[in-house]
Design a binder for this molecule. Structure first.
Ligand SMILES: C[S@@+](CC[C@H](N)C(=O)[O-])C[C@H]1O[C@@H](n2cnc3c(N)ncnc32)[C@H](O)[C@@H]1O
Ligand SMILES: Nc1nc2[nH]cc(C(=O)O)c2c(=O)[nH]1
Ligand code: SF4
Ligand SMILES: [Mg+2]
Length: 207
């Protein structure tokens, strides 16, 4: 990745930002402003935002500008996503958002060191680049994407690494929904510490 992002995270490659409804996981159904940062090398073959992967495609944008944009909306929560947002130092961005009374939520694979000040951390671990063991205990929510039935055992392995009060979700990989959703339903009924998460925004046709 040749793009020069300042190490203090004062400028970040911004792919897109949009005000919508959180579609997935614990905060499903709540209004939130999404900030999508470019850059990811985790390489999930089923990733639904491959356009985010190349950080150089996305303009370096000042934290002050991102915060000013987020502030304009009545929903006082932001979801920082990507790409893999933790490639960057998010201390400045999250401090500035929280100073404005905005809650900070993140969607991350956990493959990079944790930075930033978070009101909610959604960890979605990937086989293609494992999460850092020092970061999984900080997850408020573990959201495992199920592509095939081998992912249940793999999900259990990560459930052992998170804190006791971490919420546990199984989410069907979108293109495999028809095949894996019935398996997830059975699994959750047999192992009720898990819950189903669906990408509800895709059914609602919203961003
Ligand atoms: C695009 S990722 C960006 C954040 C971070 N790189 C990550 O993977 O957590 C946002 C969320 O979408 C999930 N996701 C991506 N592609 C998906 C797909 N095809 N089906 C279901 N969930 C998907 C990810 O697992 C993650 O929870
Ligand atoms: N509505 C909506 N909810 C989401 N939850 C996580 C998303 C993401 O791409 O990180 C996402 C997204 O792209 N849209
Ligand atoms: S880690 Fe997230 S952004 Fe990166 S390829 Fe996987 S799903 Fe896509
Ligand atoms: Mg998405």
């Amino acid at each position: 990745m040749a793009v020069q992002v300042p190490e203090d995270g004062s400028l970040l490659p911004l792919m897109e930002e949009f005000y919508t409804i959180q579609g997935e996981g614990f905060h499903t159904g709540k209004a939130a402003y999404f900030i999508r940062l470019g850059g990811c090398d985790v390489g999930c073959h089923w990733c639904d935002v491959k356009e985010s992967w190349d950080a150089e495609m996305h303009p370096l944008t000042a934290v002050e500008q991102i915060v000013a944009n987020a502030e304009k909306h009545p929903g006082k929560a932001v979801v920082i996503t990507g790409g893999e947002p933790l490639i960057y130092n998010l201390d400045n961005l999250t401090a500035a958002l929280q100073q404005k009374g905005i809650k900070t939520f993140i969607e991350t694979s956990g493959a990079y060191p944790l930075s930033g000040h978070w009101d909610w951390i959604c960890l979605s671990p990937k086989k293609f680049k494992a999460p850092r063991p020092d970061m999984t205990p900080f997850a408020n929510e573990l959201k495992v994407i199920v592509f095939n039935k081998s992912d249940f055992d793999w999900a259990e392995k990560y459930a052992e690494t998170v804190s006791a009060n971490c919420k546990l979700y199984l989410q069907p990989e979108w293109s495999r929904s028809k095949e894996v959703t019935p398996l997830i339903i059975d699994y959750v009924m047999q192992h009720p510490k898990w819950e189903i998460s669906l990408q509800t925004h895709k059914f609602l046709n919203i961003p």
